[in-house]
Design a protein. Structure first.
Length: 331
């Protein structure tokens, strides 16, 4: 088959949203272990900003985007879980989902169940799989049981709103932080038992008051620099600090010795892509996500939609924290 062209958003150097360009690229046939997928919707995530800015350095020129949903157009040798015509969704490396059509590894591409539309598929894979490993796999040494308090920063964001609902379904008492009263209201409406506006309230003092001075078993933190020190002060003895993002900037180096007097704390830095290193692990996590969404316990809120040609405005809105829930790009 003669190769054809596709629009693709790329950068030639790290920097601001002005680096984003909509280029024309050539797309061919999938090789062994690959599929070609035509996107109907594309997910927007903070990791895209980290890669664009250079916080996560990658070779240039760089095609952006880690998440998408669409229809499988061609299947390479050795791919057995997908067929031509399948509806599919993924969160996967390498980046490159900001496009009309692409060839990519099939390992992390999952069949999208009937009843879940393409926008939902594109919006929920990276964020939903992240919420899945946080709540199901990042657990303190003493475990998590129904009734336990957890603290979740950026609770009105894409991962946060999924986590709020899922935590409630698991019986956890989630305390969510957000940067405005409006965002706090959104988090509360989606299952956060308590909310804290970190711009107007001291979240450490509020957490201690809510928990009668005991603190929480786990802090889930994608904000980074601005919340790090306070988050450690919110933990119970033997509590777990889960860092999974850097929205306010990377956390500064710290001395492990400070974890002792704060309560013999545990600290971990997580990334989704460590959890989805095999077809089996990816599918098991996706099945858990699909089930909780199809049950109605978790609803995927798509609060912003941008055309692919509006990608600069989408990045600017995300970085300025003007978004809630999930954002999708539409080819």
């Amino acid at each position: 088959m003669t190769p054809f062209t596709s629009r693709a958003v790329r950068i030639n150097a790290p920097g601001g949203s002005e680096q984003l360009t909509l280029d024309t690229v050539t797309v061919g046939e999938p090789g062994p272990g690959e599929v070609r997928i035509r996107h109907h919707a594309i997910g927007l995530n903070f990791i895209d900003v980290y890669q664009r800015s250079g916080l996560y350095p990658l070779p240039m020129p760089l095609a952006l985007g880690m998440e998408g949903a669409g229809v499988v157009e061609a299947v390479g040798a050795g791919v057995t879980h997908l067929r031509v015509g399948d509806r599919a969704a993924y969160a996967a490396n390498p980046p490159g989902s900001y496009c009309d059509v692409r060839v990519m590894p099939a390992m992390n591409v999952c069949h999208l169940p009937d009843g879940l539309d393409f926008e939902t598929g594109a919006a929920m894979m990276l964020k939903g799989l992240t919420a899945q490993y946080l709540l199901k796999k990042c657990r303190p040494v003493e475990g998590l049981q129904a009734g336990d308090f957890v603290l979740f920063h950026a609770a009105a964001g894409g991962v946060g709103l999924i986590a709020c609902q899922w935590a409630k379904a698991l019986g956890l008492r989630l305390i969510g932080t957000a940067g405005s009263d409006e965002k706090c209201a959104v988090a509360h409406a989606n299952g956060a038992e308590f909310t804290i506006n970190y711009r107007t309230e001291n979240f450490v003092e509020r957490v201690k008051a809510i928990t009668n001075g005991k603190g929480v078993k786990v802090v889930y933190d994608s904000v980074g620099k601005d919340t790090w020190d306070g988050s450690l002060d919110c933990l119970q003895p033997f509590g777990l600090m889960v860092s999974f993002g850097n929205a306010s900037g990377p956390v500064a180096p710290f001395a492990p010795g400070l974890l002792g007097p704060k309560g013999s704390l545990y600290v971990t830095r997580q990334t989704l892509f460590t959890h989805i290193t095999s077809r089996e692990r990816t599918q098991a996590m996706a099945d858990d996500l699909f089930a909780v969404v199809q049950s109605g316990a978790v609803k995927i809120h798509i609060d912003q939609r941008f055309a692919l040609t509006e990608v600069k405005a989408a990045h600017d809105s995300l970085e300025a924290r003007r978004t809630t829930g999930c954002t999708v790009l539409l080819p």
